[in-house]
Design a protein around this ligand. Structure first.
Ligand code: NAD
Length: 299
């Protein structure tokens, strides 16, 4: 039987509708709207495309959106000063610095300079620490892991006691999602294993997963025979494997593939996210959710 497709685009749309209602209520009750600044350095096409989508979504929700497009040669000192300006700006509740930054800027310094109470990406060490502690401590769960958790919950997949295997141990996906799903709460309570490039038998770990989360960035890494029948497969990977001409614009666009062989895997899995249209749309949605939460916390 073919797996249920977890439609991230549709789930994302319904969460955004919920957020929009909340924004309107907040505006009526407290005369305040969430404020988000997006800081882009240079003109990397992928970064530009991500920022454009974030700005568009924020505006659609009725946020106060400020866009800062900096030249690629902005000095580290000036970028830090810009971040500090928005740390002090009370109309701004979320600061998003689009990564990666050019080589002459120390990314870590910039992330550390963001006020943890405005760090809606959830990358500041203070917020990573809070995430680890769990419960009431958590302020801003990082957006992609938060989107993954939301997809699993909204797809009705049981997390309580589930064997979760996470492929990848990056700071932005693997490590935070593993920590989020092992917390003691009804949206987690899973038994989590993290596997990576030094794991001895990747296949054996994957085969016993009730929920398999793959964030390696290697197209087709997970073979169909590694999938436990009925498993929930969350494919985070986004790999450019070629180009095609868009039927809409007539221009070349990237062909994207996940880390899982989708066509074969969907015949074995119980549910699965597509690429694109699975985890991707959720990341921006969770950024908006964090910005709204930051605005509420300020009231
Ligand atoms: P990363 O390169 O920082 O980390 C990849 C991890 O996978 C590493 O920990 C590495 O140990 C592990 N890995 C790599 N190859 C492996 C292999 N052959 N066997 C076992 N483990 C292996 O990447 P990242 O930033 O975590 O992103 C991972 C993927 O997710 C990328 O394709 C990225 O584009 C995608 N991504 C998507 C979104 C989204 O919103 N959809 C967000 C973030 C990342």
């Amino acid at each position: 039987m073919s797996a249920a497709i977890i439609d991230g685009a549709a789930i994302s749309k319904s969460i955004l509708a919920e957020l929009k209602t909340e924004v309107q209520e907040l505006q009526q009750s407290h005369a305040v709207v969430p404020g988000l600044v997006t800081i882009l350095v240079g003109d990397n096409p992928a970064s530009l495309s991500y920022v454009t989508r974030k700005v568009r979504t924020a505006l659609e929700l009725g946020f106060h959106e400020v866009q800062e497009n900096c030249d690629a040669d902005i000095s580290e000192k000036d970028l830090l000063a810009l971040v500090e300006r928005y740390n002090q700006d009370s109309s701004i509740h979320g600061i998003l610095v689009q990564l990666p930054l050019p080589d002459h800027i120390d990314e870590k310094k910039v992330i550390y300079a963001i006020d943890p109470d405005k760090d809606v990406d959830g990358f500041h060490p203070v917020n990573i620490g809070r995430l680890l502690l769990g419960g009431d401590e958590v302020r801003f769960p990082p957006c992609t892991p938060a989107g993954i958790q939301e997809l699993i919950v909204r797809a009705g997949v049981e997390l309580e006691g589930a064997e979760v295997v996470v492929v990848g141990r990056s700071n932005i996906v693997g490590k935070p999602i593993a920590n989020m799903l092992l917390q003691k709460n009804p949206r987690a309570n899973a038994t989590v294993t993290v596997v990576h490039t030094r794991t001895r038998d990747l296949a054996a770990h994957c085969r016993r997963a009730d929920i398999l989360i793959v964030a390696a960035g290697v197209a087709g890494l997970v073979k169909p025979e590694w999938i436990n029948p009925g498993c929930c497969v969350i494919d985070v990977g986004v790999n450019r494997v070629g180009e095609k001409i868009s039927s809409k614009t007539g221009k070349p666009v990237a062909i994207l593939r996940g880390d899982v062989d989708f066509d074969a895997a969907k015949e074995i899995a119980g549910s699965i996210t597509p690429v694109p249209g699975g985890v991707g749309p959720m990341t921006i949605t969770m950024l908006m959710k964090n910005t709204l939460a930051s605005c509420r916390a300020r009231l």
